[in-house]
Design a protein around this ligand. Structure first.
Ligand code: NTF
Length: 837
């Protein structure tokens, strides 16, 4: 229609859609405009939150114009795109990041200052978007930042949960959970796309017919339908015009009244279905590294993957290409097994709806998908019971059985007469009832499978996917070591250190090319530089001490060594071992003479992290930490030598304060259990030293920064099995220091000992699955080395500088380039600023 517009109309549009300048006055005008119109407020009834909303709306206008420009230019060129399917995007706050990435932070800062507000208070008014549990969701967020910054054509697909990860409060030392209703005041960082709605079916039955060529055709007639509505979250790259998109789906009842139920006279059911529809995207499952196995979770997974695939297919169809070109246009990355149903859904669309033959369709499917595994913990492996699955997705079940049949036939051909092998590799586990093994389905339906750190990628090849390596060969299984975005985790979270680095290196190029940090190595020998470096660390510690004061009503001294463990609470991460060591330290201090006490290094031990609401043992660990804290912190015999704090409601924005402020942090999982870890990278990048086991990415951090700058202890992954065996069958006694600690708890030194009995019994000889006893002596030794090293502040400063200087490898830009080149085959596409909205 627009092609028919008269010239004058076109010219008028062009004139009026010229972009506004980004000078301070224009920006202030846009802020005031939003205050007075969008928010219907006036200067005299405004608070920090209103200021935040107005700045956010003004920044959003600029984001949207970049988003439009990017999507418009890309749809003309139509390059191959990657679609990152993730059930979690743990974005945290958006405003600071958006302003920094668009290069507008300074102007907005000055602008809002002149209008009577402080940028820092305004930033603090934003609530986190907490649509994730931990590492997996935050990784997706870092990846989206890198994809945008490197100008890759990429979209994320996820769910728009009404409730993100619960808020944690501590009541009487125990974790209590409160709903995170983050959408209470509207979310300026999303664009509702009410026009984009996709119908998603559930249940019903499969109609089987013969077509005119005598072929059997399957037609799924769903019993109920729900609508998926799109909400788009713009993701601006750092100092580039490019602005990518995360599309989050929200569930709504269908507009089309459910005729099937209605015509059957089942009016009640059709009403019930409508209310059930809203439930699908109501809440994020709060489990990290464990599978809940609930029907609603399976509904979430299908709802999300089906909506995303329909959207991707619709975009592909606009290009009028052959189906065989699909993998040249589309790469889909499966973030863990959660989106594995997308494999089945694409096969169904191609075979049932697009009428391709099975083999051609399957070839397209396997060329399109790639799969990232993030854990080897057995309790985290997704399995769905066949009867429940059949009831929700009858046609998909048939397709899974067919995929499995054809796959096992090929295995049988290659390795005849090996029933054991077929049983082990089957997508269907022969249990009562049968179970669908989602990890096997993901491997069979993908062309590449990757782990997230070198050790982990090797481990999956010798454990959970061993037989698949034998069958497919080595090439299908690759490593892509995780990374973090230096924009949020250094530049934004640690602005003073970022400024010092930029000044020292002579430019801010390092923010897009992190290996340039190597230039700081020579500065470790410069006493003046060390002084500035340590002054910044101290000011960050002061900032954290203030946060602790306001959240815990407790004062800590920034002159003590800050020792931090913040992450989800899980047995394999061994916060339990950390607090047991704290007790050991407490007992040791109490046994010292005043003269001996004078040489003890004062420490503040800081914990933070959420336990899954149903994870009883993890919740007891939180209780123990708080019980120990209340005894230790009040003991005059200890004074300032030891303090313990548990910071409630750990999340991304709290992490942004904690990470730059640590002297030492703890990454102490039993070797072989933490796939990668990413907070380890964040701390070291900010000049925080780490204590760690030889696990996940710790090993690669050690390789990069050198053994003088990291405290390594504990057994190695290949020793774990023997140690467990020795414990179980040869009754290796408990470590004596640990025994002393346990006795102290049992004597009632910290609260009623009955409370902690279930926790203590996890350490019974033969049952200590995470090998706390086996690692305890070397853990104590590593902590003593930390104290000794910290005594020499000049040497410590050198270590700290060398840590930052050698972390270039762990930029998520490096990870993303590897995925793009070796898995997705996509190229960057530079968006140009054409000057129009
Ligand atoms: C987590 N996995 C791992 O536990 C972390 O080690 C890793 O850093 C992150 O993934 C990101 O790769 C999970 O959250 C899950 F879901 F797989 F259990």
């Amino acid at each position: 229609e627009r092609a028919k517009w008269p010239k004058e109309t076109v010219q008028l549009w062009e004139k009026l859609s010229k972009k506004e300048a980004n000078d301070i006055e224009t920006i202030q005008k846009s802020i005031v405009h939003h205050v007075t119109t969008t928010l219907a407020r006036a200067a005299y009834n405004m608070d920090n939150f209103t200021a935040y909303q107005a700045v956010a709306l003004s920044a959003r206008d600029r984001l949207i114009s970049r988003w439009n420009e990017t999507q418009g230019q890309l749809s003309k060129v139509n390059p191959k795109r990657v679609y990152y399917l993730s059930l979690e995007f743990l974005l945290g706050r958006s405003m600071d990041n958006a302003l920094l990435n668009m290069g507008l932070k300074e102007t907005y800062g000055k602008g809002i200052e002149q209008l009577g507000f402080h940028m820092e208070d305004v930033i603090e008014s934003e609530v986190d978007a907490a649509l994730g549990n931990g590492g997996l969701g935050r990784l997706a967020a870092c990846f989206m930042d890198s994809l945008a910054t490197l100008d890759y054509p990429a979209w994320g697909y996820g769910l728009r949960y009404n409730y993100g990860i619960f808020q944690q409060r501590i009541v009487d030392g125990y974790q209590t959970e409160y709903p995170d209703y983050w959408l209470n005041f509207d979310n300026p960082w999303e664009l509702p796309r009410l026009d984009i709605s996709i119908q998603i079916g559930f249940g019903g039955h499969v109609q089987t017919t013969q077509d005119e060529y005598g072929q059997t055709r399957h037609n799924w007639i769903p019993g109920t339908n729900v609508q998926a509505i799109a909400y788009d979250v713009p993701i601006p790259g750092y100092h580039t015009e490019n602005c990518n998109n995360i599309r989050l789906w929200r569930s709504k009842p269908t507009k089309v009244f459910d005729l099937t139920s209605f015509n059957e006279g089942n009016y009640e059911k059709s009403v019930e279905d409508a209310t059930n529809a809203e439930k699908i995207t109501s809440v994020l499952y709060p489990n990290d590294n464990t599978m809940a196995g609930k029907e609603l979770r399976l509904k979430q997974q299908y709802f999300w993957t089906a909506a995303s695939l329909h959207d991707i297919v619709r975009r592909f169809k606009k290009s009028m290409r052959e189906w065989s070109d699909f993998p040249d246009q589309v790469a889909i990355q499966l973030n863990d097994t959660h989106p594995t149903l997308a494999i089945v859904e694409l096969q169904r669309l191609l075979v049932d709806e697009e009428m391709l033959n099975w083999d051609d369709a399957w070839d397209i499917v396997t060329k399109t998908f790639a799969f990232t595994n993030h854990t080897v913990l057995p309790e985290a492996m997704e399995k769905w019971s066949v009867p429940m699955f059949e009831y929700l997705l009858p046609r998909h079940l048939q397709i899974i059985f067919d995929i499995n049949l054809f796959f096992l036939q090929k295995v049988e051909k290659k390795f005849p007469n090996d029933r054991g092998l077929l049983n082990r590799m089957s997508i269907i586990e022969e249990a009562q009832p049968q179970q669908i093994r989602m990890a096997h389905l993901a491997v069979v339906g993908s062309h590449k499978v990757n782990g997230v750190a070198a050790l982990h990628s090797n481990l999956i090849k010798t454990t959970i996917f061993k037989d698949f390596v034998t069958y497919y060969g080595e090439d299908k299984f690759v490593n892509k070591t995780n990374g973090i975005t230096p924009r949020r985790w250094l530049h934004q979270a640690n602005p003073n250190l970022s400024a010092l680095i930029t000044k020292t290196l002579g430019s801010d190029k390092w923010l897009k090319e992190l290996s340039l940090l190597k230039g700081l190595n020579s500065k470790a020998d410069d006493p003046e530089f060390r002084k500035k470096w340590m002054e910044i660390k101290r000011s960050n510690k002061v900032r954290l001490a203030e946060l602790i004061k306001s959240r815990c009503d407790f004062e800590v001294s920034p002159d003590a060594l800050f020792d931090v463990q913040v992450k989800r609470i899980h047995e394999y991460k061994r916060q339990f071992m950390n607090i047991l060591y704290v007790i050991h330290r407490y007992r040791t201090i109490k046994s010292l003479s005043p003269a001996q006490k004078a040489s003890v290094q004062p420490r503040v031990v800081i914990f933070g992290g959420k336990a899954a609401p149903g994870y009883y043992i993890a919740k007891l660990v939180i209780k123990l930490i708080n019980s120990v804290a209340s005894v230790v912190n009040q003991d005059p015999a200890v004074g300032d030598l030891l303090k313990v704090v548990f910071i409630p409601d750990y999340n991304v924005s709290v992490a942004e304060v904690i990470v730059p402020a640590s002297d030492i942090s703890q990454h102490i999982s039993t070797a072989g259990t933490e796939a990668s870890g990413t907070s380890n990278m964040k701390f070291v990048l900010n000049g925080g030293l780490i204590i760690g086991t030889l696990d996940g990415a710790n090993i690669e951090i050690l390789e990069e920064i050198g053994e003088d700058n990291i405290f390594i202890f504990g057994c190695m992954a290949h020793e774990v099995e023997d140690l467990r065996h020795a414990q179980r069958y040869r009754g290796v006694p408990m470590d004596p220091a640990l025994q002393g600690v346990i006795s102290a708890i049992e004597r009632g030194t910290f609260d009623d000992p009955k409370i902690f009995q279930p926790l203590i019994s996890t350490l019974t000889v033969g049952k200590d699955f995470y090998l706390i006893s086996a690692d305890f002596a070397s853990y104590i030794a590593a902590n003593q080395q930390v104290d000794a090293a910290y005594k020499d502040q000049e040497e410590w400063a050198k270590k700290s500088i060398r840590c930052t200087a050698n972390m270039g490898k762990f930029s998520s830009d490096r990870s993303i380039k590897e995925y793009a080149d070796e898995i997705w085959s996509i190229k960057p596409h530079k968006v140009v600023d054409e000057g129009y909205l």
